[in-house]
Write a protein that binds this ligand. Sequence first.
Ligand code: G1P
Length: 297
Amino acid sequence: MTRKVTKAVFPVAGLGTRFLPATKSVPKEIMTLVDRPLVQYAIDEARAAGIKEFIFVTSRGKSALEDYFDHAPILEQELRKKGKTELLEILKTTNMDSGAIAYIRQHRALGLGHAVWCARRLIGDEPFVVMLPDDVIAAETPCLQQMVEAYAETGGNMVAAMEVPTEKASSYGMLDVAEDMGAVVSVKGMVEKPPAAETPSNLAVIGRYILAPSVLKNLNKIKSGAGGEIQLTDAIAQDIENGNPVYGYRFRGQRFDCGSKAGFLQATVSFALARDDLRDALRLYIDEITHSARAAE
Ligand code: G1P
């Protein structure tokens, strides 16, 4: 029997420089896909997978995130007065129970592994989830829920995995596959952002992890790796050497890289097209501009 996973870490300390000037005053995680902040998608996915405690690793300038998850008494009162129950319901999804959410500061940008390590005392000695809100995954069954179900069978450590073109290997943690069992693969090694010529496979790590507490202990010891940063990938790979298995999980769903502008726009269009209130108007517009572009060719 594997232990139930109830804690999730959300590393959100990054400066979001790719989205400047917006991120000068708005944390990237608050930027919206249609009308919901990136981080709301991650929270909803975590809740669907049974997560009860949410640990945000933040940095200076991220206080808008804390306000986002807080109650908004004046706004709520106003909506109640006007009988706007639907909007009140939407607001409820942004609230966290007292004690269910914690914020930890990462004082120096030393890498993803270091960010997770900053949360070690709140995680304690139990398995935990790491979610990178930049990776937004549209799926019938939310990605993390799929993983939690698979993890109930495997235990160990589990990372979300997706095939990528070899030339993209240098943007991801890449898996060295021991045995391919279909949705689940067992992993014998992991490399952070290898050059295309050196990647052990074309299976990349996507930002969902279910990790054993031993990974935190590994983070105590490992030295900086790719890009001079303390890499989570290296601490997970270390666990294989400790005799603790690591599995990749090929999730069912579409992943958007919302850390890039192109990915963010694709996600925006895709989520808007999935909405009853926006689909027709947007389709019409897309048809119009593609026709006029064709006519101009
Ligand atoms: C991080 C991880 C990398 C993983 C990627 C998924 O990289 O370090 O292993 O493949 O997320 O999005 P980042 O994109 O933050 O550079």
